[in-house]
Design a protein around this ligand. Structure first.
Ligand SMILES: [Zn+2]
Length: 140
C-alpha cells in the first residue's frame, strides 16, 4: 500500500510504501518526510516493520478523544522527523487487529520497536503528558 506524503519543505507529493530499513526522503529536495501512514490487516505487518519506533494509533471516526490524539501524533511525527513512524489503524474497519492488540478501549497507542510491543498508552492523555510519555519511549 502506498501513502501520499506531502514534503514539508518543497510541497512535493510523494508516494511512500513500507520501508523496513531507513526512513522516507523526498526525492526532489532530499528532506526527511514526516512518516504517518494508514494500515489495514493486509499491510499492518509491512508497515510496522521499520528501523525506527512505530507508534500504532488505534482510532475510530466516532471516537472524540481519538480526534484529540491524532493531531498530537502528526505534530510529533513532524517535529521528531526521522525518529518515529505513526501507523493509524481504524478499529471499525479492522476488528481483527483491534482484537489482536486488545484494543477494547480507544484511543489506544501501541509502541512497536523491532517488531515487539514496548509500550502502550490507553486513553487520551493531555498533549504535554502524551508527548512526554512518547518522547521517553522513543529516546529509550
Ligand atoms: Zn521535498
Amino acid at each position: 500500500m502506498m501513502t501520499i506524503i506531502t514534503c514539508p519543505t518543497c510541497d512535493a507529493r510523494n508516494r511512500v510504501g513500507p520501508i523496513a530499513q531507513g526512513i522516507p526522503r523526498c526525492p526532489r529536495c532530499k528532506s526527511t518526510l514526516p512518516w504517518v501512514v494508514e494500515a489495514d490487516a493486509d499491510t499492518f505487518a509491512a508497515e510496522t516493520t521499520a528501523s525506527v519506533p512505530v507508534v500504532v494509533d488505534f482510532w475510530a471516526a466516532w471516537c472524540g478523544p481519538c480526534r484529540m490524539i491524532s493531531p498530537v501524533l502528526e505534530d510529533l511525527a513532524k517535529r521528531q522527523v526521522g525518529h518515529l513512524k505513526v501507523v493509524k489503524v481504524d478499529v471499525d474497519a479492522n476488528p481483527g487487529l483491534a482484537t489482536r492488540f486488545g484494543a477494547r478501549s480507544i484511543p489506544l497507542l501501541v509502541v512497536i520497536r523491532d517488531g515487539q510491543e514496548v509500550d502502550r498508552v490507553v486513553g487520551a492523555l493531555p498533549r504535554a503528558a502524551l508527548e512526554q510519555r512518547l518522547r521517553s519511549v522513543l529516546a529509550a
